[in-house]
Design a protein around this ligand. Structure first.
Ligand code: FEO
Ligand code: CA
Ligand code: CA
Ligand code: CA
Length: 650
């Protein structure tokens, strides 16, 4: 692709978001809403404060929000700073950098045996599919730490549960993927899914340890279906049993201690050589195509041939609930939460009910929320899953700084039999089309959602270009932004809210509307998490066709990174920079906040700036973390600690 066009400040070259829109609904894009609310002069004056008036004004109406400025130290009782670390400069080095005073340690890279008796990783990628199924998968993403034990014990030992989003075909196979075989499909399937692995702090460093909980869930693990789309539903009858979870990007954690793996770009695994095959309107709305994402699994495995086995598609796009403490339990796809390209499943509670926020990460798609029908404890006491009984909503953002959650409920609004909707299962199987019908607001690729301790909710819009809108200075929007909203009366089950732009990401050298200082510049925010003190952690996923490139306005931002923000002051500070070709994703701490875990995903992937790895030289872009002259780059978890043993971020 062309990368050599001249870039003038304030303009962008041809822009290539990871996902092109597949939304033909004509619903009014969020950029139009922004344009209507914000004059260009206001934007140029200060992009980060453009929408603040209505949001802060609403605070008086909706109730005063708590302001996160500092948190009491659990040990001293003194206030501790939200952002106390020295900022890390941008970097294009093939290295992981943390602030002075911090140390980073690599843990469970791709291929690590999940038990000490397991097959060792082979640096020439010659491990078999059967061996891969007993090793940590590839491309670590969403992640949670479940303490094993209470108090101090739980800060030193726990279950790390993490997603493996996808596979890099050049790195995964010793001879690349020019020739596709069933063994290669099997190895890729075994490298996907989720890992559950016990870890412990031993002699000052974190290590994988054996436990009865350690297991892999892959693209072939047997699955259950629950909620309105039952396993017996005709749309779920395929040529193979229900199995596997794929493209697990971000995640969620339930208050009852289970883990949700979201299924994001599942459409890309399917394809066909049948030239007479054409996608149905519904399949097209989900981006299903004959070529898929060029995985070419369908060439050898008819499970992934959309012309041969079309209903297999309907088994993906869900949230998969996994109980890490029941190693023999079968994961469950919770259909009441909808079928989209789920990115994150962020839980909060209000009036005893669970509220689950999720983005549908595609250019021009929507933001969703699920609310259980009753307090979750009551439902569970009745033997019911709170994730099977509830209402799914989609967000509409209005011009005046308010918004509304629109229910996706059969029989409500346009979702009637007269309009061709059969029942609630039909609404959920075709969630995107139902959201189109009710008038949801298209957004620039909603990714992670984070809930502040004061119940305000934030979402990353990683980047996008959902249509020409001349008045919008962020069209296209290659840098992304973060928006936030406050639900009516601070009740996260409410159906109305007030919203605001938290920050426009980018580099002011290319876009004068960006109000970030040199030490804060970043782009394409993706991972987002509030720690218990109210520190907002922001992780970036600049696409590899833009990373490090002046022609994309991304040379000064350089490698992907993680930053921390004070939501009250909007101070943002860079905390970490990753190696070449990676994204930074996944973030959690131990309960005492003195150990942080993050993931470095796809280091060494082909990038326009650094080149393309080959089977002969898989190290063309990066050789992180091993730097073995005969090895290859590996996704890995990174453990970050403060040298003085303090809380991360202070
Ligand atoms: Fe897998 Fe939307 O990032
Ligand atoms: Ca992501
Ligand atoms: Ca990515
Ligand atoms: Ca992403």
């Amino acid at each position: 692709m062309s990368v050599d066009r001249e870039v003038r400040p304030g303009t962008f070259p041809e822009f290539d978001p990871d996902d092109r829109s597949s939304n033909p609904s004509g619903n009014r894009p969020f950029r139009d809403v922004l344009a209507a609310r914000v004059s260009r002069r206001d934007v140029l004056r200060g992009g980060t404060v453009v929408a603040a008036a209505s949001f802060l004004g609403a605070a008086g109406v909706l109730g005063q929000a708590g302001q996160a400025v500092a948190a009491p130290s659990p040990t001293s009782g003194r206030r501790r700073p939200l952002l106390g670390f020295p900022p890390v400069p941008t970097s294009s080095a093939d290295a992981l950098t943390v602030p002075d005073g911090y140390v980073a340690q690599v843990l469970i890279p791709w291929g690590t045996p999940i038990r000490s008796s397991g097959p060792a990783w082979r640096k020439d990628a010659s491990n078999t599919a059967a061996e891969q199924a007993r090793q940590i998968g590839m491309h670590h993403d969403g992640m949670h730490f479940f303490p094993l034990g209470h108090g101090r014990t739980g800060n030193r030992r726990g279950l790390l549960v993490l997603n493996h989003e996808y596979t890099d075909r050049t790195i995964l196979y010793a001879d690349g993927d020019a020739v596709m075989t069933q063994e290669k499909v099997n190895k890729a399937l075994a490298a996907h899914g989720v890992s559950v692995v016990a870890i412990a702090l031993v002699d000052g460093s974190w290590q994988r340890v054996d436990s009865r909980f350690n297991r892999r869930i892959t693209g072939t693990t047997p699955m259950r279906f629950s909620g309105p789309v039952r396993a017996s539903h005709p749309a779920l009858q395929a040529n193979n049993p229900p199995m596997g979870t794929l493209n697990n990007c971000s995640h969620g954690v339930t208050p009852w201690g289970t883990y949700l793996a979201c299924e994001e770009n599942w459409n890309g695994y399917f394809g066909t050589e049948d030239s007479s095959w054409e996608p149905t309107p519904e399949q097209a709305r989900y981006g299903v195509s004959a070529a898929g994402f060029d995985y070419r699994w369908h060439l050898v495995d008819p499970r992934f041939d959309v012309a041969v086995n079309p209903n297999e598609l309907n088994r993906f796009g869900w949230m998969t609930e996994i109980d890490p403490f029941k190693p023999n339990s079968r994961p469950v796809k919770r259909t009441a939460l909808g079928r989209i390209k789920h990115e994150s499943a962020t839980f909060t509670e209000s009036r005893g009910r669970v509220v689950v926020y999720s983005g549908d990460d595609q250019d021009g798609d929507y933001l969703y929320k699920y609310v259980s029908s009753a307090p979750w404890r009551r439902l569970r006491a009745q033997g019911k899953s709170p994730l099977d009984h509830g209402t799914l909503y989609v967000a509409r953002f209005d011009d005046d700084g308010t918004g509304r959650w629109l229910p996706l409920r059969f029989g409500t609004g346009p979702l009637t039999a007269a309009n061709g909707w059969q029942d609630q299962a039909d609404v959920l199987l075709r969630t995107r089309l139902a959201a189109d019908a009710v008038g949801a607001t298209p957004l620039d690729r909603p990714e992670w959602v984070a809930v502040h301790p004061n119940n305000d909710v934030y979402v990353t819009l990683t980047n996008g270009t959902s249509g020409p809108t001349p008045v919008n200075p962020r069209d296209p929007n290659p840098y992304g932004h973060i928006i936030r909203w406050r639900e009516q009366s601070g009740d996260n089950t409410a159906t109305t809210f007030a919203w605001d732009i938290f920050v426009l990401a980018g580099d002011p050298a290319y876009d004068p509307s960006v109000q970030l200082d040199e030490e804060d510049i970043f782009g394409s925010p993706d991972g987002l998490w509030f720690d218990p003190d109210g520190r907002l952690w922001i992780q970036t996923d600049i696409s590899n066709s833009s990373q490090n490139l002046a022609s994309r306005g991304y040379d000064r931002i350089a490698n992907n990174q993680m930053l921390a923000a004070n939501p009250a002051t909007r101070d943002i500070r860079r905390f970490l920079v990753g190696p070449r070709g990676c994204e930074i994703t996944g973030v959690i701490t131990t309960p005492d906040q003195r150990t942080m875990f993050i993931n470095v995903q796809h280091p060494g992937e082909a990038t326009t700036a650094w080149g393309t790895p080959t089977p002969e030289n898989p190290r063309a872009v990066s050789n992180w973390p091993d730097f073995d002259p005969a090895g290859r780059p590996r996704s890995a978890t990174v453990v970050i600690r403060k040298r003085d043993g303090g809380v991360i971020g202070t």
